[in-house]
Design a protein around this ligand. Structure first.
Ligand code: DAH
Length: 346
């Protein structure tokens, strides 16, 4: 019996070699495990055995059955591979490496943004956000911007149609909705929603009705900063901006605050940067952001008592900083998605 089963397995093994497609496999399977198959016949033979013989032969039959199952499984794999091979036009080679999926990399603007945000996190700032579609009040009025200020001009600001509704920035009455022209509107949203003291940085996209050229884009990015506390001073402003500039441009970088005007700060400054590591711009004063102490009027408009609280604010252009850091000469490179440009920052 043992010999007979060994023979049966050997025959199945040999026969399986000549099977090349599914139809042949079905016929082969029937010859071995079908109702009239060789293994089935051997199993039926068990009935004629004595009680003592049965467990011994049963064990042998189980082993034979297992071998036959392995032969059938191997056969199925062989046939499936052949089917895939013929569908592909070449035989399947499972040792080939797959198609290369290129790994992505971070856009230079995102990378600079993360670096700047991390710098301010070290100084205890947290991140705040506000909507890109903003009410005229948040974008201008609450920032103490007079009704006739040129920034509100249709030449500069993109207004939404009167019929437009925004979930993030519900309009009051006939108030206009705009695409925010700066992230300073997030100052207002934070002042209204959080109880001081706090320090926030707000990165975001801004929009202006600018003709696009090497240094202007109708769509650009800013990072706003706001620190509200008791007795915030110009020394605090200088200190954090100096730290920011050294982290971003190196320990040799210096800053200069030049008096300027913004409706929402008093006093207001342009901050200039000078660094020996800026290629052809080295050792020149370069204007990189606006800043100042928060105008008491803004605090009042947001329901805070200016005798109790004071603050500092600043706003910088992300594109400008990134262009300076990397010596990029045209803002349009950031948005063209040309991999030859982007790969340089991978
Ligand atoms: N919002 C100004 C702009 O877009 C930049 C700015 C200036 C922001 C002074 C500030 C600030 O927070 O204090 O030109």
């Amino acid at each position: 019996m043992q010999q007979q089963l060994a023979q049966l397995v050997a025959t199945a093994q040999a026969e399986s070699k000549s099977v090349t497609n599914r139809a042949e496999m079905e016929a082969f399977k029937a010859r071995v495990v079908g109702p009239n198959g060789s293994l089935t016949a051997a199993m039926k033979g068990m009935a004629t055995l004595s009680k003592e013989e049965r467990p011994i032969v049963g064990k042998l039959i189980n082993e034979a059955k297992k071998s036959v199952e392995e032969i059938l499984a191997a056969l199925l794999t062989k046939i499936e591979d052949a089917e895939i091979g013929s569908a592909l036009g070449t035989p399947l080679d499972p040792t080939l490496t797959g198609n290369e999926t290129p790994a992505g990399f971070i856009h230079p603007l995102s990378r600079t943004r993360e670096k700047i945000l991390n710098t301010f996190k070290k100084l205890g700032f947290t991140i705040a956000e506000g909507p890109e579609i903003e009410t005229e009040w948040h974008c201008f009025d609450a920032l103490n911007t007079p009704a006739d200020h040129p920034a509100r001009d249709m030449q500069d600001t993109l207004y939404l149609p009167k019929s437009f509704r925004s979930v993030d920035a519900p309009r009051r009455g006939e108030e206009a909705l705009v695409l925010r022209t700066h992230t300073s509107s997030v100052q207002i949203r934070t002042l209204l929603n959080r109880k001081p003291p706090f320090r926030i940085v707000a990165p975001g996209r801004c929009f202006r009705r600018d003709a696009v050229d090497a240094t202007h884009s109708a769509n650009f990015h800013q990072i706003e900063g706001l620190w509200i506390d008791h007795q915030v001073t110009l020394a605090d402003l200088r200190g954090i901006l100096d730290f920011f500039v050294k982290e971003t441009f190196g320990a040799d970088a210096e800053i200069r605050l030049r008096p300027s005007y913004f409706p929402f700060t008093e006093p207001s400054f342009e901050m200039d940067l000078r660094s020996p590591n800026l290629g052809r711009l080295s050792n020149r004063w370069i204007e990189i952001m606006g800043c100042g102490l928060v105008d008491p009027k803004v605090l009042e408009l947001c329901g805070l008592n200016p005798n109790e609280y004071s603050g500092l604010a600043f706003g910088l252009g992300l594109e400008r900083i990134t262009m300076l850091v990397h010596g990029i000469d045209d803002i349009r490179h950031f948005y063209n998605n040309d991999l030859r440009f982007l790969r340089q920052f991978a």
